[in-house]
Design a protein around this ligand. Sequence first.
Ligand SMILES: [Zn+2]
Length: 186
Amino acid sequence: MARRGILRGKEDDLVRDLKETTLSFKKLGERYGVSRQAAHDFSKRQGIKRPVKPRGHQTEGCRLCQKLIQISKKPHSEFICIHTIVKETGGSRVKCLSHLRTLRDNGLVNPKFGRLHSKRAEKAYAIYFTKWLPINTIGRKVGIKNFHSIIRKHRELGYNVPPSLYVYNGWEKSRILSQSQRRKHR
Ligand SMILES: [Zn+2]
């Protein structure tokens, strides 16, 4: 990406972030790989009116925000479903969601944090991250028909889904191979 002229093809994304979030120019610069000044100048050239940060709320002093940030720091926190997050904060759902939105807008939590709505998917991922099991088996355990396609969809949406612990190679692969070879020889 060139130093000037903000990341070709990403201008629309940046315009959207400038219009819809209260992220600082510094944070936006980091997100788009340009300097704070370049992000600022771009915004000015585009004539964008940036939204004003809501007053009267300090993230540092807000217990709910601090709790949300704490949860978001857990490994694979984007796969904790929103119901669990609300429950863990012990607050009301509406309040929780609005503080969560502010945190996301300010880049203080992962943009995917709190977006998962399916309790089943949360369960499935919890197994996926810790157990050596085929994806279909995990799906069956939690009552999801096609966990494979859910994983694919999440990857497309930008969720960070690491490869399955269950590796389809080694003895597993050779077993499948030898089975097919045996079949051929018959
Ligand atoms: Zn808050």
